[in-house]
Design a binder for this molecule. Structure first.
Ligand code: ADP
Length: 456
């Protein structure tokens, strides 16, 4: 196994080495080609110049002698080629000895295949339209290079070599720097995930990164930590709540029954009714747990149809008019009558949503309070808000109210409830791709806002 940093560095390095070598080879090949072309061109010009020179000599002397053009010998020797002068019948007039130039150390061939093989080319010398002789130019390679030429080529190759080394050094430094930018946040997030998996739900990362995906990964792992932490708190609270809920009716039953057995309480209808109420309460709790179990194990299946939300909410509000009146609570429903509020949804499940929220509003609002239901449309959204000026929810309880069996602070124990109403609400709405938000302040009231996607 490699660390991500090592793997990234190796990948960047291998790619860069390949890229630099290929570029260097290409540059070297192109420069060499162009250089050879240039040198061949020069050689061509030299040959023309030599032929012209001998033409001039013939023009001047009208014949060949052993001295014709001998002045060229020095230049030829210095430039590593040999001259041979032949007459029109290719009879030798004079020639240089190829062995004189053979041993010269700086003699190098461009074309290695021809290096060291002596080759002569005869060029005709024309005068007045007829060939009057030949000048042979012989050399030990197809193209001759001077010491300067060779130095020039060497310095180019050295430059390419140096640039390869410099590029590789830069690539190593840059790859180490950039791979660190990837590896540090990934390693940090992976460490946190290991800690979370070991049950350390308070581990969080605040590693700094400007890479979008890594930043998202970091936020996700932190959110996961928050969620796990919340779930853990909830699980502990749930166990204590359930045991408390079960213990209370059992204690009441046990104490009363013992008092009756000891003859302290009389065994009469009133006492037995009180005991029966506790048994009923106990039964209700078990029922609620059962509902929750069914709800979670079987899930909810929606029976969707096109729904006029206005009609549904009007009917639910109507059902609540009597209950709210009994508690002297004013229930107001507010909407634009001519607007269409069509959504795709399950009528019965959505009715349950509004019933649960409204019954909470009635339950947690004191006598003389008010409840406002509002239905509105904004762009593609249909927004339902249910607001009351009741007891409100404390900041500590607010994040948990949609969780299973969660009930507000202990004082609420006076008010009957099961702690599953809002869990069901949240699940039904999620299946409808709708959202629910809550704002609340203790003793001022609560506002539940539901957003549906409107059907066009
Ligand atoms: P419950 O059966 O206890 O009402 P819910 O799941 O319906 O269970 O609600 C969970 C908790 O949310 C309640 O116990 C209560 O503390 C709080 N809550 C819900 N609605 C309101 C409201 N309108 N006003 C104040 N508190 C509320």
């Amino acid at each position: 196994m490699y660390s991500i940093r090592r793997k990234l560095s190796i990948i960047i390095l291998v790619c860069s080495i390949l890229a630099t070598i290929l570029t260097a080879l290409f540059v070297n090949f192109t420069i060499n080609n162009k250089f050879n072309e240039y040198m061949l061109n020069n050689q061509e010009k030299r040959n023309q110049r030599i032929v012209q020179y001998f033409q001039e000599i013939y023009k001047r002397d009208k014949q060949w002698t052993k001295e014709s053009g001998m002045e060229m010998e020095h230049e030829a020797f210095m430039s590593n080629y040999c001259l041979t002068l032949l007459d029109a019948n290719k009879k030798l007039i004079w020639t240089m000895d190829p062995n004189d130039i053979k041993e010269k150390e700086h003699l190098k061939a461009i074309d290695n295949a021809n290096e060291g093989v002596y080759n002569t080319t005869n060029f005709p010398i024309n005068y007045n339209g007829s060939v009057v002789g030949y000048i042979g130019i012989g050399q030990y390679s197809s193209v001759l290079l001077s010491a300067d030429d060779i130095n020039f080529k060497l310095s180019i190759n050295k430059g390419i070599g140096a640039s390869i080394i410099l590029t590789l050094i830069i690539v190593i430094v840059v790859s180490l720097y950039f791979s660190k930018q990837f590896s540090v946040p990934i390693r940090e997030v992976s460490d946190i995930s290991v800690k979370l998996s070991k049950g350390d739900y308070n581990s969080r990362t605040n590693v700094d990164t400007d890479i979008l995906e890594l930043n998202n990964l970091k936020s996700s792992i932190n959110t996961l930590g928050d969620r796990l932490n919340q779930q853990d708190i909830l699980r502990r609270r749930l166990i204590s709540d359930i045991s408390h809920e079960i213990r209370t009716p059992l204690n009441v039953l046990q104490n009363n029954l013992e008092a009756m057995i000891d003859g302290i309480f009389p065994v009469n209808t009133e006492q037995l009714t009180a005991l029966n109420d506790e048994v009923i309460r106990f039964g209700k709790l078990l029922n609620n747990l059962n509902v929750l179990k069914r709800f979670e194990s079987e899930g909810i299946v929606l029976d969707e149809e096109k729904l006029q939300l206005n009609e549904l909410i009007t009917s639910v509000c109507d059902d609540f008019l009597i209950v709210s009146k009994e508690k002297n609570i004013e229930l107001t429903y507010n909407t634009k009558p001519n607007e269409s509020y069509v959504i795709l949804g399950d009528k019965y499940k959505l009715r349950q949503v509004f019933v649960n929220i409204l019954s909470n509003a009635v339950k947690f609002t004191n006598e003389g309070g008010s409840i406002w239901v509002n239905l509105a449309k904004k762009k593609n959204e249909i927004i339902v808000s249910i607001r009351d000026n009741g007891m409100g929810i404390s900041k500590e309880d607010l994040p948990f109210i949609f969780e299973r069996l969660y009930r507000g602070d202990k004082s609420r124990n006076k008010i009957e409830g099961s702690g599953i109403g809002l869990t069901i609400v949240k699940n039904i709405l999620t299946l409808h791709s709708a959202s629910i938000d809550v704002e609340s302040e203790v003793n001022k009231g609560s506002k539940f806002t539901i957003r549906f996607k409107s059907l066009k």
